[in-house]
Design a binder for this molecule. Structure first.
Ligand code: AGP
Length: 611
């Protein structure tokens, strides 16, 4: 979604803003703009398309030390220069990430006052409303305006008569801030602050930050000064760069042995010095054991790939705990009037920790009295802060829109949670939990081995580049992985793809399987292997081009497939880590060979902060 940056400092603001916008590009956008104080007036520049287009329009002599910049992902109003941010009305120039849901009602009121917008955006209405309340006091104008907004927002606002100053406020959409020797910076996420500082704070909701070159002063809506909690990150700028890889996605695929190590290792402990038992321990995470007691039902809710991690989590938790677990799409769950109580554990999963629907689902679960645990990658994000407990995945910054290392770290989180839960509730023996935990630790070399198949996957992906439709099929864990394989492929290759529980094909979809249609068949689970082979025969009989992913010991008639990828020897319960990586590589190379923008696919945003 939209990216925001604000800078007040000692270096050239336009350069700082453009660098920040380039670092936020991965969030997904269609136009960009900046506004800077220069010679005491606010100068605005906008362009459609990439930040590089905006850079070309920058006058070389634009001298400024304070400004705001924005990458826009269109919601209200098409992609055009006039709809790009910043928006100016009267004294106010602002940038906005979010949606003002009642903008139309507000627009009607403003029109009655003889004020008319020039764009089709809800953000310009926000600028108009703030301006209508402004009589020299920024705080009261912002407060009076936000009290009228419904929806979500992060704003950076400049007033034409307050040079070198930016005001910020947010609700629902993210905004992080830091002070450094080079000045004060605010942004939609940490990636844009990294070049300045590793220490930052999340601007609390409905508090106003007054940003000047020497300080960021935070007050609540009553004017009381507040001290937000300082956080720091453990990774540096190089973690958020490509480091010699052609794309962020490829780099992030290859980072998985390391990201898994970071997620798994700190949570595995021997029960005592002399013990041979290795078990998950969440003491450092401050996840209390009481969270897992008296639970008779688990609901996992998330969006997209994070939700697919939940599909694997469901199977695992049900197998080990024998209590009902369901997976709900967050955008559905939040409006379904769900039945929850204090015996329900709701697990929300989110890489960004800012996905609007997942955040709303979490808030609903809390209001209805359920216990909440979140699995989140971004430290200090809204979902992490608002859950009863948080399991951080430590995957490091994920820049490519297609989620890869965050997904496998989410899987690792589910395995650890399931093992800890089963251990605490004695639903599995200590020895069994320990055995499973050490198998989890041993997936790391298996993942390294799978990455060595990249060239083979690249060759296989040549068979997909001219496909118009394709299918992923599997059963059990492999069905959950099919869903993930399918979303990964469609989001970056633009090939229509669907995932099916293999047994479901003949209830309708088989009519679409004709000569040459690619079917990626996952057959890694021994309990359903023979059934899966029957399903492969069904698609093969209709002429499908079959790419089979299976295990070393599986015997499959070679006439049933065109291409085969074999996992390293692995306990089938842990196979998803390896299968997922093969599917990521398949999507990556297909997109690459089709000549597409792998890291920033059209229409998509990395962090979906609006409904
Ligand atoms: C993944 O490849 C997608 N780009 C997308 O489905 C993503 O997983 C989803 O938007 C959820 O994001 P989150 O993990 O930040 O909540």
């Amino acid at each position: 979604m939209c990216g925001i940056i604000g800078f007040a400092g000692y270096k050239n603001a336009p350069e700082a803003l453009l660098n920040g916008l380039s670092e936020l590009e991965y969030r997904g956008y269609d136009s960009a703009g900046i506004a800077c104080f220069s010679d005491g007036v606010i100068k605005v520049l906008k362009s459609v398309g990439k930040v590089s287009n905006l850079r070309k329009e920058l006058p070389p002599d634009l001298l400024s030390f304070c400004g705001i910049g924005h990458t826009r992902w269109a919601t209200h109003g098409g992609v055009s220069k006039v709809n790009a941010h910043p928006h100016t009305f009267g004294c106010v120039t602002l940038i906005h990430n979010g949606i003002i849901e009642n903008y139309h009602e507000l627009e009607l009121i403003l029109k009655q006052q003889g004020k008319f917008p020039i764009s089709q955006t809800d953000s310009e209405i926000a600028a108009m409303l703030i301006d209508s309340f402004y009589q020299g006091n920024a705080y009261t104008a912002i407060r009076d305006a936000v009290l009228q907004f419904s929806g979500s927002y992060a704003f950076c606002i400049m007033f034409s008569d307050q040079p070198e100053t930016i005001y910020c406020i947010r609700k629902g959409s993210p905004l992080v801030c830091c002070c450094s020797e080079q000045g004060s910076i605010v942004a939609s996420d940490m990636v844009a602050l990294l070049r300045y500082s590793k220490d930052y704070f999340v601007l609390p909701e409905l508090q106003i930050a007054k940003v000047t070159r020497n300080s960021i002063l935070v007050t609540d809506l009553e004017g009381q000064e507040c001290t937000p909690k300082l956080l720091s990150i453990t990774w540096d700028l190089s973690s958020a760069q490509k480091n010699g890889f052609k794309h962020y996605m490829l780099k992030e695929i290859y980072e998985q042995p390391e990201s898994l190590r970071r997620t798994i290792m700190p949570r595995l402990r021997k029960t005592d010095d002399d013990s041979v038992l290795l078990l998950p321990d969440f003491t450092e995470d401050n996840i209390p054991d009481s969270l897992f007691s008296n639970i008779n039902r688990i609901i996992i809710t998330a969006c997209g790939t994070a939700m697919h991690a939940g599909l694997i989590g469901r199977i695992l938790l049900e197998r080990l705990l024998r209590i009902p677990v369901s997976v709900e799409i967050a955008s559905e769950f939040r409006y379904e009037n769900p039945i929850l109580d204090k015996y329900t554990l709701v697990i929300t999963v989110s890489q960004s920790g800012e996905t609007a629907d997942t955040l709303a689902a979490l808030r609903l679960a809390k209001n209805l009295g359920a216990k909440t645990l979140s699995i989140v990658n971004v430290k200090g994000s809204s979902i992490a802060r608002e859950s009863n407990a948080v399991f951080y995945t430590h995957a490091g910054p994920e820049i490519a829109v297609a989620s890869t290392k965050a997904y496998t770290s989410q899987l690792a989180a589910f395995y650890l949670i399931a093992f800890r839960f089963a251990y605490l509730t004695k639903l599995q023996t200590d020895t069994q939990c320990s055995l499973l935990s050490s198998k989890l630790f041993h997936i790391i070399p298996d993942v390294e081995q799978v990455l060595m198949l990249a060239d083979k996957v690249k060759k296989i992906s040549r068979n997909l580049i001219s496909a118009t439709d394709l299918f992923f099929i599997g059963r059990g864990l492999d069905y959950a992985l099919s869903c993930e394989g399918s979303i990964k492929l469609k989001e970056i290759t633009y090939i229509h793809s669907e995932a099916y529980a293999a047994g479901e094909l003949k209830h309708g979809t088989l009519s679409l399987v004709t000569e040459g249609v690619p079917v990626i068949a996952l057959a890694t689970q021994p309990d359903v292997f023979s059934k899966m082979i029957s399903n492969i025969k069904e698609v093969r009989a209709r002429g499908a081009f079959v790419i089979c992913i299976t295990t070393q010991d599986a015997v499959i008639d070679p006439t049933l497939y065109d291409q085969k990828l074999i996992l390293p020897p692995i306990d089938p319960l842990f196979a998803p880590f390896c299968t997922a990586i093969l599917l990521q590589l398949l999507a990556y190379y297909t997109s690459l060979l089709r000549g597409l923008d792998v890291d920033q696919p059209r229409n998509l945003a990395k962090s979906v902060t609006v409904e």
